[in-house]
Write a protein that binds this ligand. Structure first.
Ligand code: NAD
Ligand code: TYD
Length: 344
């Protein structure tokens, strides 16, 4: 089978590429990524060594290029990770979120229709359900929870989800959608909570906690998310939505304290800063459906996953230090500039 992975130079997409290469060596993995600020080709350096892996720098909104790629590769399965993914950036500049997250999804589904893919999978988020109150710990997001978004980011993801359902119902496109809670693990861009706090703590810089830090997120180790997607694309039911989460709710402030402790840094680095506009209070997934129907369960407990993640950032300082310095953005030019010129 040929699996087209979009956004594979980003955090979750790259982890998914490596899972597929390891678990399904018989499949061909074709990865496209625009290499925005969040995409890092260095992350895929190991994958490049596999003969059954192909990478192309491509914008999912570029209809002509995407259709050409489908013509060449005739993918069996499409897994769409490509997105603008950071809530704070969506508050500063919503436009690119609508462009990539909604219109890019449309381009991929149009190509999927034309070339008759067996499955189009949309990687979505629990943020499409809005938030839950802190004083109702009995409430969880199920697949039936109405979409009720808060940020331009989550609204763009919800817009895409609605379009996916429309393409399924109207055109019969064989779709699935997964909605996962917050991920953490290797290769996460250091603008998100956990890697940002690790990087700042190691540099003895302030740890900026929004507001009181009482907001709750439901954290899942990235590999568990990738395994769930792998199950859904192979055994999931067409037309269905699957929630993914590990019942691991944590307050932001507690996570930052765990990181301080693990790195032997003083909690006095914690600095409470102005809260995010429209900040969602609590996310909590009910993963009963994917457990019941596909037998999925998270394998990594938070107490182990967070230590593994901190250790990964300690062992791969050059990866994130080059990101923070902006140097990684020259990598594509360095690696591919001449080759691309030669091809002209
Ligand atoms: P990320 O920002 O680390 O990676 C996104 C990737 O998409 C980058 O490599 C970027 O270059 C690429 N990209 C952006 N615009 C593109 C375009 N127009 N064409 C092609 N490639 C483009 O994000 P992530 O955290 O890996 O998230 C991946 C997906 O998972 C997103 O769809 C996100 O909404 C979803 N998700 C993320 C989380 C989380 O906690 N990070 C949780 C649930 C769902
Ligand atoms: P983030 O990693 O941006 O994920 P999301 O907003 O998609 O859940 O943020 C996780 C939580 O951490 C969220 O409640 C916002 C908070 N946060 C901070 O307190 N400080 C920070 O510097 C960042 C990036 C996030």
């Amino acid at each position: 089978m040929t699996i087209l992975v979009t956004g594979g130079a980003g955090f979750i997409g790259a982890n998914f590429v490596y899972l597929e290469l390891k678990e399904h060596p018989e499949d061909r993995i074709v990865c496209i990524d625009k290499l925005t600020y969040a995409g890092n080709l260095e992350t895929l350096e190991e994958a490049m060594k596999y003969p059954n892996f192909r990478f192309e720098k491509m914008d999912i909104c570029d209809r002509e290029a995407v259709f050409q790629l489908f013509e060449e590769e005739k993918p069996d399965i499409v897994v769409n990770f490509a997105a603008e993914s950071h809530v704070d950036r969506s508050i500063e500049d919503p436009g690119i979120f609508l462009q990539t997250n909604i219109l890019g999804t449309q381009v991929l589904m149009d190509a999927s229709r034309k070339y008759g893919v067996k499955r189009y999978h949309q990687v979505s988020t629990d943020e499409v359900y809005g938030d839950l109150p802190l004083d109702r710990p009995d409430l969880f997001f199920t697949e039936e929870t109405p979409l009720k978004t808060s940020s331009p980011y989550s609204s763009s993801k919800a817009g895409a989800d609605l379009l996916v359902n429309a393409y399924h119902r109207t055109f019969g496109l064989p779709t699935t959608i997964s909605r996962c809670s917050n991920n953490y693990g290797p290769y996460q861009f250091p603008e998100k909570l956990i890697p940002l706090m690790i990087a700042n703590a190691l540099a003895d810089k302030p740890l900026p906690v929004y507001g009181e830090g009482l907001n709750v997120r439901d954290w899942l180790y990235v590999e568990d998310h990738c395994k769930a997607i792998d199950l859904i694309i192979r055994d999931g039911k067409v037309g269905e939505v699957y929630n993914i989460g590990g019942h691991n709710e944590m307050k932001n402030i507690d996570i930052v304290k765990i990181i301080c402790k693990a790195l032997d840094k003083p909690e006095s680095l914690i600095t409470h800063v102005t809260d995010r506009k429209g900040h969602d209070m609590r996310y909590a997934i009910d993963p009963a459906k994917i457990h019941r129907e596909l037998g999925w369960l998270p394998e990594t407990m938070f107490k182990d996953g967070i230590q593994k993640t901190i250790q990964w950032y300690l062992d791969h300082k050059e990866w994130w230090e080059r990101i923070i310095s902006g140097e990684y953005q020259n990598y594509f030019e360095k690696m591919y500039g001449d080759r691309l010129k030669d091809a002209e």
